[in-house]
Write a protein that binds this ligand. Structure first.
Ligand code: SF4
Ligand code: SF4
Length: 196
């Protein structure tokens, strides 16, 4: 059956009228910033103090857009007669965000918690080369990484926090003992003062 002349136009106008009466969902960016979930995949931050240069992230990245350079350094033996050790020192860590597809694999595979998602997304550039963020820039993103969600009240204390707390307690106890020893040495010295 042949279409009624003008029915297409009527349909189009009906859609226009229907849409006109609905609330607009357009965000007026950049005047109005979008309300993003806190775990939004915006940019990747590098906590380089945790990075051991194991290269796992660079190897697993499907886009090969993580560039790492390093060299080996020899660390002297901790005790006399001990063995020297060698460790990797990071020279370069960069991510090319013009290639990155935000899959998050690098963050998932990092065994040392050195990579994190930040919700920051305002880093568009007019020069594509500027989208390769070097280690300093990646380190700066760490300040925008949201704090981890609170633990379940019934959960065990994470072992990293327990270990850090024990170390802090030991240090505080050693400091208190040292202060007490200094005070008692000063007390013992006092009676002698002024005697001739
Ligand atoms: S998010 Fe995915 S693509 Fe981007 S750097 Fe990490 S592994 Fe590579
Ligand atoms: S996986 Fe983690 S520790 Fe290993 S090189 Fe990448 S960021 Fe560094």
């Amino acid at each position: 059956m042949a279409p009624i002349p003008g029915s297409g136009l009527a349909k189009g106008l009906a859609v226009t009228l229907r849409t006109m009466t609905r609330k607009s969902v357009t965000e007026q960016y950049p005047d109005a910033l979008p309300e993003l979930p806190p775990r939004t995949r915006g940019v990747i931050g590098l906590f380089e103090e945790n990075c051991t240069v194991c290269m796992l992230c660079a190897r697993e990245c499907p886009d090969w857009c993580i560039y790492i350079d390093s060299h080996k350094e020899t660390v002297p033996a901790a005790a006399p007669g001990g063995r020297e050790r060698s460790r990797n020192v990071l020279d370069r860590f960069a991510i090319d965000f013009s290639l990155c597809m935000y899959c998050g694999i690098c963050i998932e595979v990092c065994p040392f918690d050195a990579l994190f998602w930040s919700p920051e997304f305002e880093y568009a550039e007019t020069d594509i080369r500027e989208l390769t963020h070097e280690r300093d820039k990646l380190r700066e993103w760490m300040w925008t990484v949201p704090a981890p969600p609170a633990l379940d009240p019934g959960a065990e204390e994470p072992k990293e926090i327990a270990a850090a707390r024990k170390t802090a307690e030991k240090l505080a106890a050693a400091q208190a003992e040292q202060t007490a020893q200094t005070d008692s040495a000063a007390d013992r010295a006092e009676p002698g003062e002024g005697e001739s």
